[in-house]
Every structure is written in C-alpha cells, then in structure tokens.
Write a protein of this length. Structure first.
Length: 727
C-alpha cells in the first residue's frame, strides 16, 4: 500500500510538471506573433517586467578564489543560495549533499567523511579527500564536516581535484560555506520549531530555535551581525539493554558574531568569531545479523553512548580593491574537540573484546592565506597568485576499558606552506585558456604511546614510537572553454589532486605500521553549461574520468594486524546533470542526476579469513569502491502563490552502494520524499513539513564486524512546524 501511495504521489507530481511545461511549447509562437505586431510602449515595459519574473538569476561564486558567474566557471559546481537553503530546509551537510549529484557522506560519531565521485578515505582515517572551508578557512578533520547551517550566504560544492588552488586533501572536491556579512540594511529574524520523530518504539519530540540580527553601527563604515541556534531532541534510537530512549539524543548550541569595517570604498575588513557545543548520544551502530541483532532504530549496548563536541574559530579577512590589483588576506584559527564514550563491541555480552571505549580528538590550526589578483575589469587576462601557510596540532587519545586494557595516545604536528597561481587568457572574446600551478610542502612529526595488556602473559606492556614525514607536491591544472553563444559554454579540463599521507592512530603496533604515504588522482572532465528560453531553463552537463594511483587501503597482514598501505589503483567515471526551470511565474522545477562507476583496477592482499582463521590471497580487481553509490538524484517542484501560500516536494534518490571493499555489506537503492507547505508574508512565515514522508527504511552506513553485518539506520519519518518572524 505504501509503495502504491508513493507511486501515486510521484505520478501526480509528474502530471503537474507536464502541465507546467506547456508554456515552454508556446514561447516561440508567442514571441513571433509579438514581433509581427506593433506593441505599445506600455506593453513592452510590461513584457520586460514579466520576463524578469520568469528569468532564473545567476549566482556569483568564489570557487576559483575570485568572483565569477557560476555559469562561466569551467567545472561542475553545485551552488546553493540562502533562499534555496531555506526553501529546501537544508540544516546540515548531510542534507545538503542529497541535492548535489555524485556526493555521499558517512555520518556517525566516528566518521563524517564525504565522498565525491566515488572517492573516499580508508576506515579509521581522520582526513577526507574533500576539502571543507568556511569563510576561506579550512576545517582539517572530517569530524568537523557536518556543522549546523544557519545564517548562510551561500554554499558551493566543487567536483573534481582542487589541488591547484586549495592544496592537500582536496583530491575529489571542495565544499565552501560563506556566511552572511552585515551591511547597511538592518535585518533580523527569530524562529521556533517543533518536530517529532515517528519511530516504531514511539514518538520522539524535537525542538529548535534561533535567530539573527545585523545592521550598521556607523552607517557606511561599521556593521555588526549576530546569529545563533539551539536544538534539543531525544533522537530516534533506543537502547534496549537499559531501556534508554536517548541513545541518539541531540543537544546543540551554536553562535556566531561578525564585525565588519569599511573605512573607504576600497577596503573591506571583517572579523568573524564562532563557537559550538554539543552533547549528543553515540548509540547508532546496530547489528543486522548474528546473536546481537536488533531491530530498526534499536541497539543493545552495555557500555556508554555519549558524544560531545566543542569548538571555536576566529577569522580575520582584509580585502583591498585597487585599480591594478586586488588583495585578500585571510587569517584563521580553529579549535575543535570531540569525545565519545561508546560500547566497543556494540553488544550486551561480556567477551574478550567487550570494552567501553573512550575516544578524544583535539585539533588546533592556525593559517594565513594572501592572494593578489587582477581586478574584475582587467581585460582579456585574469590572474591570481597566492601564498599559504599553516600549522596544525592534532592529539588523539583512545582507551578501551572493562575486560581488556588498551590505551593509545597519538600526537601529530604538521607545518606547511604553498605558493600557487592561476591565469585565464581570453581570445576572440570566446576562447578561454586557463593554466594553474601549485607547489605544496608539508612537514609532519608524529609519535604514539601504546599501553596494553599482553593476552599471553596477562602483564602490562608499553611501546613508544614515532616518525617524521615530509611531502613536496606540484599540482597543475589546465582547462579550455569556448562560448558558443552568450548562454552556452563548453569546456574541458585536466587537474591533479592528492590526499596526504600520515599516521595510523587507531591500530598501529610499531613504527613499521604507523605511517602511510600519499595517494594521487588525475581528473579529466568535459562539460557544457547552458541557459535557454530567455533564461527560463538552465541545464548543465558534465562527464569525468578519474585515475587513482597509490590508493590508501586497509589490509590485514599475515601477522593478524591491520596496516594502511598504498597498494591499490582505481578509477572513477561518470556523468552529472543539473537543471532548473521556471515554466511559469512562481513555479520552479529542479533536477539533478549523477552516475558513478568507481572500481578497483589493481589490488591483491594477503589477509586473514575471519570464518576459517586461515591466510588467504584476495583479489579486489573489479570491486566497487566502498561508500560510492552508483547514482544519486534529486527532483523537486516548488510553487509560491502571490497571496503567500508556498509548497515544495523533493524526491531524493541514492543508488546501491557497499560499505566495504569486498562488497559484502550492501545497501540497496532508496528514495526519500520531503514535503513543505506553508504561508509566507513579508514579516511572518509558518511552514508545516515532513521529511522521509513514506518512512523509507535505509542505512547511511554498512560495515562488516567479524562475521556479522552492522549498519547505521537512516532517520525515520519526521514531521513538524516552523514559525518565523522577520524584521
């Protein structure tokens, strides 16, 4: 019955789309008829006004570290404005990526790693192949990649290696978040929200509130912006071992302040400070098979399930716009700490491996980037050069308690600098040739202290080892683009990226398996960006091929210990399509589709078979890369009536993927339907919403643990209402 209802709703949405497309077929005939008749001056003016309401506006982005129209950038980019983020009710990175083709995320208390075009990092890595930046300051480890989104100007999702302009750990792409800056307009809002998770073990309420205010302190000179948000919920997980309904609870507090100074028309200086504090539950992993199997949204932990995070950051941005060049300096500091207390084996049973695990990550970074670029009206040659330097201190402490004793304390210090530049020369006002180059250097120092109980002698043991690493990388980029018309541009590009080497914090036992080297990718991409029907329809298409060398993989060694090696080669290829149509006033249609084939080319490992406890040789050739959905898509329809009624439906699809390299832990394809209905006025909004309308059963993460399969359930149906007052 649920499948029939889902098909019925999708069928109705398809019918509405087909009806809405009728104005497209009539556009040419109407235009010809008007051209053959004499139109009064008032009618011409009215037509221009109407055309403006039909036209889909373009967005200015800073993806290439200079302001450009997104349709002029020779790369696949998904960009979301503040209005689009609010209309789609995008609250964090997990929800954001569902609207960007070929992007996927593993979310849990141990992993917030993002995959773009099928490229991900090994299990246990603290670094992602996707760069994550907020106001041009890097968030170094993937724990930080799922912040609550509030008071955002726009978000840019760049596909493909971005090593030339961004450096290390951007081999598959970059996510840029740009927060709102205060100006001469006084504005603000407050909102309150009630929601409810609809789970099989009962309803679970959720509350969220927040607001922002910004405006001038001294008009045309000094401005201040303040924003914050609080969220509280029992979550949707239940621990059956102790009848705890708060195993996956949510308690978030976020705040941000921005002070901006514009002493003259040429100078723009802003200082941004933010802080966060969370006290969540970590009870998400559950067994889908074996003696400890539990039902959907249920666990059975006899250990802890706490997940705490705190952090703060400060950013100083100084921008100068001159007649001959522009200068931007970005100085940033970020501190982040996360602590989890969890059941190591995820069962209520006492065994050799039963333990209460404590994990604490603490990272602090300081960075400085100085960029000098040509002015926006510089003529046929646009250029940019820059310097970048950073220092990063990272400490990871892991302790397992109860029936075993195992403590690891790993400290790593990283210092790095880079010199980079990129230029674009335009010939005949149509042909754009771009070349860029970056020299990237890193020095790493790492050491680990390992205290454990020897299981043979039952006596305490201690080891200490360390190693220094350094990397020097040259990262080029080339692209060619051609404007076939004002609104049609085709391009081709080639770029190199790399994921830096580093240290194994979780399971090293000696200097021999304490480190691993960098992996590399070359990305080849071609695409076309278009606008049609007087900009009522925008459609972009791209195709890519990625060659991966020295891929970092986790192997079981003949000694029975794990090791990270650079033993694999792999590839990824696919296509991406993004479209936005406005067939009639106030009606918007959205579509995105991404297909990825990501497989191992060459990787053979000798490892321990968990069933037979024998050494075997396993060939991974032809296996899908883990956590790489074969397709993702989104379809949406949104309508705003002139009297204030608002409605939106989104269908979000994810194709089949595997949670492990052997392709044993499989998640079938699934679709989510989100619905929003509301009434909007200039100062007041009320919106009723539902996420996962049909309560689709799915997992966001799959894993093999010994001989059993584990997963993290996706969120159940959630419904609620949000009231907003703007001033």
């Amino acid at each position: 019955m649920k499948s029939f209802i889902k098909l019925f709703v999708i069928g109705i949405a398809a019918f509405l789309v087909s009806v809405a497309l009728v104005p497209f077929s009539a556009t040419t005939a109407v235009a010809q008829e008007k051209a053959e008749s004499t139109v009064a001056e008032e009618e011409v003016s009215q037509e221009k006004k109407l055309q403006k309401e039909y036209e889909i506006g373009t967005m200015t982005v800073t993806a290439q570290k200079r302001e450009e129209n997104v349709q002029d950038v020779p790369a696949s980019i998904s960009v979301f404005s503040d209005i689009q983020i609010e209309d789609a009710d995008i609250r964090d990175t997990v929800e954001l990526i569902r609207f960007s083709p070929n992007v996927h995320m593993k979310k849990c208390s141990a992993d917030n790693s993002i995959m773009i075009r099928g490229i991900g990092s090994f299990d246990g890595s603290k670094y992602s192949p996707v760069g994550f930046y907020v106001d041009d300051v890097c968030f170094p480890i993937h724990y930080m990649y799922n912040p609550d989104l509030f008071d955002i100007e726009r978000i840019e999702v760049l596909k493909g290696p971005q090593g030339t302009l961004y450096g290390r750990n951007t081999e598959s792409g970059v996510i840029n978040i740009i927060t709102k800056q205060p100006d001469n307009e006084f504005r603000g809002k407050v909102f309150g929200e009630y929601g409810n998770y609809d789970t099989e073990h009962g309803n679970s309420p959720s509350y969220r509130t927040g607001g922002n205010i910004s405006g001038p302190i001294v008009r045309n000179k000094l401005y201040l912006g303040l924003s914050g948000q609080w969220e509280d919920s029992d979550g949707f997980m239940k621990n059956e071992y102790n009848d705890d309904d708060e195993a996956g609870k949510i308690d978030h507090i976020n705040g941000r302040g921005t002070l901006r100074w514009t002493p003259t028309d040429r100078w723009d200086i802003s200082f941004i400070a933010d802080a966060l504090n969370t006290d969540d539950g970590s009870g998400f992993y559950r067994y889908e098979s074996g003696m400890a199997k539990t039902g959907r949204h249920r666990i059975a932990y006899d250990g802890g399930d706490q997940w705490e995070q705190e952090g703060d950051g400060q950013t100083l941005r100084v921008r100068y716009e001159g007649d001959s060049f522009n200068v931007l300096s970005v100085t940033g500091r970020r501190y982040f700490e996360t602590k989890t207390v969890g059941d190591f084996d995820g069962t209520p049973f006492v065994s050799t491996w039963s333990a209460n695990g404590i994990t604490k990550d603490e990272v602090e970074t300081l960075s400085e980037e100085l960029r000098v670029s040509s002015p926006n009206n510089s003529g046929p040659f646009k250029w940019l050069v820059g310097l970048y330097a950073f220092t990063e201190d990272y400490d990871l402490y892991v302790e397992k308690q109860k029936t075993i004793w195992d403590i690891r304390d790993t400290e790593t210090d990283t210092d790095g600098y880079a010199i980079f530049g990129q230029g674009t020369y335009t010939l005949f006002d149509k042909l754009h040739l771009t070349a860029g180059l970056r020299y990237d250097h890193q020095d790493l120092e790492g050491e680990q202290e390992y205290d454990y109980m020897d299981r043979m002698t039952m006596s305490p043991q201690s080891k200490k080892y360390g190693k220094d690493l350094d990397y020097d990388e040259v990262l080029p980029k080339f692209s060619i683009a051609y404007d076939f018309a004002d609104d049609i541009m085709a391009y081709a590009s080639a770029s190199k990226g790399y994921l830096a080497g580093g240290y194994v914090q979780n399971f090293a036992t000696s200097e021999e398996n304490f480190t691993y080297d960098a992996e590399y990718t070359w990305n080849y991409e071609t695409g076309i960006k278009t606008a049609w029907l007087d900009r009522r329809l925008m459609a972009n298409l791209s195709a890519f091929y990625i060659d991966m060398k020295d891929k970092q993989v986790s192997e079981w060694r003949p000694s029975g210990m794990r090791k990270i090696t650079n033993a694999a080669e792999a590839y990824s290829m696919g296509v991406e399509l993004k479209a936005h149509a406005r067939p009639m006033r106030r009606l918007d249609l959205f579509a995105g589709f991404g297909y990825t084939e990501a497989e191992f080319d060459d990787w053979t490992a000798t490892e321990m078979d968990m069933m037979t406890q024998q050494l075997v040789t396993y060939d991974y050739e032809g296996k899908d890369l883990p956590n790489a959905p074969e397709y993702t898509y989104n379809l949406g329809i949104q309508y705003r009536h002139e009297i204030g009624f608002f409605g939106r439906v989104d269908l979000l699809g994810t194709g089949k993927f595997y949670g492990d390299s052997k392709n044993l832990a499989e998640q079938d394809s699934y679709e989510l339907v989100n619905l929003r209905l509301g009434y909007e006025r200039e100062h007041f909004d009320i919106v009723c919403w539902c996420k996962n309308l049909f309560d689709e059963r799915y997992a966001t993460l799959k894993a093999i643990w010994g001989t059993d399969e584990m997963c993290i359930d996706g969120e159940p149906r959630m419904f609620g209402a949000t009231v907003t007052y703007r001033f």
